[in-house]
Each structure stands twice: as C-alpha cells, then as structure tokens.
Design a protein. Structure first.
Length: 277
C-alpha cells in the first residue's frame, strides 16, 4: 500500500493535482487549524529562515526535452541554449512562520529537484519550479502542499555539516524505498562573492517560485534572498537513482555530469504568500 504522505515520481506529461494529505495528529492538528485560520495577504512574508549549507548541483539540459514535462503555462528558461535542472540540498534554520517559531521546527532539511523556468511570454519572471521535494517531517510536507501546491515526499533525512578551519563539507542523505540517496559538496574557506554576471546568481537566487493550484492555475511566490558569498567547490559527489526517484525528469539527468556545483554556507531567505499568475 502506498504511503499517503509520499508523492510518486513524475511520469509523462505533467498534470499536477494536490496529493492526498496525511492526517495530522497532536501538535500537527493544532498547526493545521492555525494555518487554515490565517488570512492570506500576498504582500506579507509568511516564512523567514536562514538557509544553511545550501548545495546546488546544476545540470545543463536540452530545453526541448524539458518542455513536455512542465506544467501548463511554464516554459524552460534558457541559458546559452540550455536549461538548468538543479538538485538542491538545504537546511532551513531559525525558521519562523508569520513571526512564530513552530514547535520542534528550529531546523528543517530538504532536498529538491528544480527546473529553471519562466511563465509563457514573461522571460523577465525567471524562477524555479520544483519537480519533487523530499523532507523528513509530515507537517512540513503538508504545509508546502497546502500553501504552494508543491509535490513533497516524506522520508528519513540526515544533513551533515563539517566545518574545519580551511573548508566546509555538507552532505544530504535521504532514503527512497530502502535505498540511500546522497549529495555532497566540499568547499574552500573563506567564501567569496561571485561576479555580478556569474551564473551562480541565477542558480542560487531565483526571484520566483512557481507551482500549481488544485484547479491547475499557475501560482507564483516571491522569494527574497540577497546575494551571498559562496565557497569554491573542491569536490562533490552525487549518488541518486534518478528515474526511480524523479521519474522522467530524473531520466534526463542519468549519466549526466553536472555543469556546475555551488556551495553557499549561509543566506537569509523570506517567502511571501503565493499569488495566481
């Protein structure tokens, strides 16, 4: 029997509906009622946090291969004739939702597969669409589905950060059907600010996050995240069963070498309420 808290991998032309939500218990039930009672004011920041140990592994893919796998209303963002699909590991620390620290949620790790996109006819609104995310907490998955209509699977996850004097090493491990998936990067200290035209800015600091509402309407969420220094990556390792975990989009990454790997030690981030595109 399928776990109602776990989303299946993508397959074929993407048609997105909200998944079945696991039934919250105890504190989760209280948090759910609280979320439902909050008035939605799009200009208000719903979430603030510090993104720690953010690893971005970017793959350059033919846009024609990505297009059929996107929701209606989105097209691949192009960078020198290619589209970037990024595997992102991050740990959100000092998390606050509407100014309140959720009990037991001081730190929330996540691993996401994102496609860099923009709405049809609006290349100035470049952002990302999350094909699949993995988190260790059901309430986090429930909130992401409720507020942003995103595909989120619940699984065991272990972020590991090591900070010797001369480098920082970050590893994200999560389980998928009994098999460990892993992304790791090691970067040199001290971090440096990338140049103003560097590709790192587009991959690390997208201004918009796109998703799909229950009725198929495209949603956009404003992300506030300043430019921040990054560590020069000395080595990296990715071990993922791409088609099994990420479906057709994952199949595009099988046997692909990353075009770039980025490591950002620490960045403040804020998300606003989603709006209809």
């Amino acid at each position: 029997m399928n776990d109602p808290g776990v989303s299946r991998p993508l397959s074929g032309r993407a048609r997105f509906r909200w998944g079945v939500l696991s039934r919250p218990v105890g504190a989760d039930r209280v948090a759910r009622r609280t979320f439902m009672s909050i008035p939605r004011v799009s200009s208000r920041r719903i979430l603030r946090a510090t993104a720690r140990g953010r690893v971005v592994v970017g793959y350059a893919i033919d846009p024609a291969q990505v297009t059929p796998l996107l929701p209606d209303g989105l097209v691949p963002a192009r960078d020198e004739g290619t589209t970037y699909v990024s595997l992102v590991g991050v740990e959100l620390a000092a998390l606050r939702v509407l100014g309140v620290v959720p009990p037991g949620f001081r730190r929330v790790p996540a691993v996401e597969l994102r496609v860099h996109v923009h709405p049809v006819g609006a290349p100035d609104k470049e952002g990302t669409w999350t094909a699949q995310a993995h988190v260790p907490r059901r309430l986090v998955a429930w909130g992401a589905r409720l507020l942003y209509g995103e595909r989120v699977a619940v699984t065991s996850m272990q972020p590991i950060q090591r900070k010797p004097v001369d480098h920082v090493e970050v590893t994200y491990r999560f389980d998928w059907k009994g098999r460990e998936q892993r992304v790791r990067a090691r970067g040199a200290h001290p971090p440096v600010m990338p140049g103003p035209d560097a590709r790192a800015h587009a991959l690390l600091h997208p201004h918009w996050r796109f998703s799909t509402a229950r009725d198929g309407t495209l949603l956009r969420t404003r992300i506030e995240r300043p430019a921040a220094p990054i560590c020069r990556v000395q080595e990296h390792h990715v071990s993922v069963q791409w088609p099994a975990v990420y479906g057709d989009i994952g199949r595009l990454l099988q046997n692909q070498a990353p075009a770039c790997v980025l490591l950002s030690p620490r960045t403040p981030v804020a998300l606003r309420w989603p709006e209809r595109e």
